[in-house]
Structures are given as structure tokens and as C-alpha cells.
Design a protein around this ligand. Structure first.
Ligand code: GLN
Length: 477
């Protein structure tokens, strides 16, 4: 295998044995980006600052970062016109952590505008394409992150996950993606979408890399008030090929209409394998999960409408100077900047969210949404009294075609049905590759765990991976 194809842990072995240097690895990946990214379009920009290869950090691994993470001095846009030209005044906490570990920052990765979407098509830069089939979407919103790793244009990447944006693109691109427990990773320097749901997490070529990257980014940070002040375990200690006695719950509600039979078959087969490997697999019920999508699209849009109010042409990015005075100079500036700066999906979410929060409707929508959110969280807590892990498909289908769902937002929203509950409840969840469709598109298995128990889902995912060939497959590019 060439250097750009290797996992981070394989590269680290090569560095140790002096078979390759971090600079060799960087050059291999940079060459790959140059050769291939015209087709995949995972990157929206390459880092302008040259990396110095004299850092003592233990992880000099080339990494790509979603375009909503601040890298000091670099442009960061959330793939939105409204932030064009905005340069980050400081490093995000995770970026500091990557730098301290010796990480080599490759550049910013494409995403749905402000992370609103499941296909990476709402980006102002245009779509990213799925490395397994260039006519298909890579998933979203961290589509650039997933596609870059699957296409070997990054060794690993960071994304953010508000309702599935790490796990679903990981599933669509045949890689591993993990959303940590809410509060496990600081969001300082992540441009907010929905503050009660957002988490940053790794997208990697295998589960070992996932544990390594989580080790680097997890931990307390006083600059994020939701950050959890508890010691971080060494997640590589959970890479144990053994699930004997592990209790895995399968929600009956997960096998609903609209689940692609090929996805169902692949997930059922993985559950059979878990049984063979000694896990106890049993049916459980999450009665309120059918309301998860509706709840999420109230809570998430409400928080987004509030977070996005700051983008008005005054302080950040785009400013449209009104040609004629219509109301008053300031209102005209806000209006014209926001009209020109936001794309259709962002406008839709701002309107939905503003409506859900508006006086007279707040009780009927936002408050009720918060109550149903608690019911969904309680369902999960109930099941975790008797189970260690809950397994579902990551997404109801494999990657769909570019353009297929763009004009039908509801069908796009429904594709988040399996990933949203973990965000509403704040619990960790991982997606691991679990097979391919007849058309050669990857399928993902989702494993959810108890709050702060990333270790157990990593162990289950690692065991699954060690007993399957899926993570070794590469798209033919
Ligand atoms: N697809 C979901 C949405 O459109 C989730 C996005 C995310 O996790 N950022 O909101």
C-alpha cells in the first residue's frame, strides 16, 4: 500500500521503524489531494500555513478539518456565502489539541451550509461526491470529511454532529465515525448550529484510529460551559476483540417502513455475528423514537435561528451595501446581507426556528419539543438499565444520487431517523462499516452507548471490525 492509503496507526509504526517520515506521509496525502480532489471536491481550501515538521508531538498525522472549525488566521465559512472572507481570530480547542499532538493540518473540508443537511449539497461551493460512486452524495453534513478519508485525501478528519452529521456520512462513505458524549469534546471554536446538540468527533479509516483521535481531542475546557470536567480514559484500552456477555439491545422501532432491505439484511447479519461472538442480543423498545425527527427539527431549528442571528453584515464575513434606502440604513443592511448570504436551506431553518420560538407558538412547539426530547432520553435510559449497547442501522438507505432529495426537504430530514436520538439524549454513538449494497455502496451499523461510555461502543465496534473485511475495502478511484 502507498503511504496515503495507510491508517494513522500504520503510519505511526512506519515512523517508529524509520521506514517513512511524517513529511513523506504529508507529501503522499498532499499529492493524492492534488491528483484526485478535482473529482471528489472534498476540500474547500488548503491550509495556507506551511507545517513545520520539527514538532515533538507523538501524532504527526495529516488531518482535514470541517469548514466550521476555527484555524487561527485561516478563512472559515461553514460553506456559506455569508461568511466568505471571515478569518478565524483563534484556534478551536480541538485545533489546539491537534497542533499540540504534532498534527499536520491539510485544510478545510466541505459541508452542508452551516451543517444543515444530510448530503453535502447545500454548500455554497457545490457538492462533494461519494468516492464509491461519483454520481452519489457522500452524506452530510460532514460530507467533505467523510469523502476525504474514504478517498485517502486525509488520513483522518474531524467533523461535527448535531443530528447525525458524522455518523451518516461515515456510513455512506464506508468509514468509521463517532459522535462523543455531549460535553466530552470542547466546542470552543466550533461555529455553533444547535448548541444543546452539537458535538465534534473523529472520522477515520478504522476503529483503532477512532480511539486514537478521540484520545487527542477529548477533555475538559473551561471555555465551553458544557464541557465535562472528568478525567478522560485512554480509549485505546477499549480496543479489545471480545464481546462475550455484552448485552446489545435492538429496538423494534428501528426496523420500520422505509428501511432499505439491503441495509436491513446487512444489519441483521452483523447482529448474528455478534451473537456468534458471544454477545447477548435482545429486542428492546424505544416507544418515543418515532417522534425523534419532528422533535429534532423543532429544537435544532430554534437554536439555529438564534445562533445565526449574529450573521448580519456587521461583524462577520459578507456585507451587502444596500443601493437604495428602503426602511433605514441598518435594517436594509441586515436584510440585504442575509438575503444574499444565506442559501435556501439556511433560510428555511431560520424561518422554522423563529416561528417555533415566537410568542404564542413557543409553548406549542419549542416547549413541547423539549418535553418530548425528555421522553426520548428517558426511553434510552430505561433500555440502558439492561443493555450495554443499542444497535440500529446508521441510515435507512445507502448513499442516494446527487440531486435526488434536494427538492424534498422532508425526505431528506427523514434520513436522520436513526442518528437523531443520540443527539437528543447526549449519548455517544459510532458508525462502523457493515457491508455493501449490490450496487457497491457502503452500509453502516450504528452502536449507541451510555453517556461517557465511549469505551464500550469502541470495544463492540472493534470486535466487529476484527471479524470482518469491510474496513479494508477501498473505492476504485
Ligand atoms: N442532517 C441533520 C440536519 O440536517 C443533521 C445535521 C448535523 O448533524 N449537523 O440537521
Amino acid at each position: 500500500m502507498s503511504l496515503h492509503q495507510l491508517t494513522a496507526h500504520a503510519l505511526l509504526e512506519q515512523f517508529k521503524a524509520r521506514q517513512a517520515s511524517p513529511q513523506d506521509a504529508y507529501e503522499a496525502v498532499a499529492g493524492r489531494i492534488k491528483a484526485l480532489d478535482g473529482k471528489i471536491k472534498a476540500y474547500v481550501r488548503l491550509a495556507s500555513q506551511k507545517h513545520k515538521f520539527d514538532h515533538p508531538g507523538a501524532f504527526p498525522i495529516p488531518i482535514g478539518l470541517k469548514d466550521n472549525l476555527c484555524i487561527k488566521g485561516e478563512e472559515v465559512t461553514c460553506s456559506s456565502r455569508i461568511l466568505k472572507g471571515f478569518r478565524a481570530p483563534y484556534d478551536a480547542h480541538v485545533v489546539e489539541k491537534i497542533r499540540n499532538s504534532g498534527g499536520v493540518i491539510l485544510g478545510g473540508l466541505n459541508m452542508d451550509e452551516f451543517a444543515f443537511g444530510s448530503s453535502c449539497e447545500t454548500s455554497c461551493y457545490g457538492p462533494t461526491f461519494n468516492p464509491w460512486n461519483l454520481q452519489c452524495v457522500p452524506g452530510g453534513s460532514s460530507g467533505g470529511s467523510a469523502a476525504s478519508v474514504a478517498a485517502d485525501e486525509a488520513v483522518w478528519a474531524l467533523g461535527s454532529d448535531t443530528g447525525g452529521s458524522i455518523r451518516q456520512p461515515a456510513a455512506f462513505c464506508g468509514i468509521v465515525g463517532l459522535k462523543p458524549t455531549y460535553g466530552r469534546v470542547s466546542r470552543y471554536g466550533l461555529i455553533a448550529f444547535a448548541s444543546s446538540l452539537d458535538q465534534i468527533g473523529p472520522l477515520t479509516k478504522d476503529v483503532t484510529d477512532c480511539a486514537l483521535l478521540l484520545n487527542i481531542i477529548a477533555g475538559y475546557d473551561e471555555r465551553d460551559s458544557t464541557s465535562i470536567n472528568l478525567a478522560v480514559p485512554d480509549y485505546t484500552k477499549s480496543l479489545i476483540n471480545d464481546v462475550r456477555g455484552l448485552k446489545i439491545g435492538i429496538p423494534t422501532e428501528a426496523f420500520v417502513d422505509g428501511l432499505d432491505p439491503q441495509v436491513r439484511a446487512a444489519v441483521e447479519e452483523s447482529l448474528n455475528l455478534f451473537k456468534k461472538l458471544g454477545a447477548v442480543v435482545k429486542e428492546v423498545s424505544l416507544p418515543h423514537t418515532p417522534y425523534a425527527v419532528a422533535t429534532y427539527y423543532i429544537v435544532a431549528t430554534a437554536e439555529a435561528s438564534s445562533n445565526l442571528a449574529r450573521f448580519d453584515g456587521v461583524r462577520y464575513g459578507l456585507r451587502v451595501k444596500p443601493q437604495n434606502l428602503r426602511r433605514n440604513a441598518l435594517i436594509d443592511l441586515y436584510e440585504e446581507t442575509r438575503s444574499a448570504g444565506f442559501g435556501d436551506e439556511a433560510k428555511r431553518r431560520i424561518m422554522l426556528g423563529t416561528y417555533a420560538l415566537s410568542s404564542g407558538y413557543y409553548d406549542a412547539y419549542y416547549l413541547r419539543g423539549q418535553k418530548v426530547r425528555t421522553l426520548i432520553k428517558n426511553d434510552l435510559e430505561q433500555v440502558f438499565k439492561t443493555c450495554d449497547v443499542i444497535a440500529t442501522p446508521t441510515a435507512p438507505t445507502v448513499a442516494f444520487r446527487v440531486g435526488e432529495k434536494l427538492s424534498d426537504p422532508i425526505s431528506m430530514y427523514l434520513s436522520d431517523i436513526y442518528t437523531i436520538p443520540a443527539n437528543l439524549a447526549g449519548i455517544p454513538a459510532i458508525s462502523v462499516p457493515c457491508g455493501f449494497s449490490k450496487s457497491g455502496l457502503p452500509i453502516g451499523l450504528q452502536l449507541m452507548g451510555k453517556a461517557l461510555d465511549e469505551g464500550t461502543i469502541l470495544r463492540a465496534a472493534y470486535t466487529y471490525e476484527q471479524n470482518n473485511p469491510w474496513h479494508t475495502k477501498k473505492p476504485n478511484l
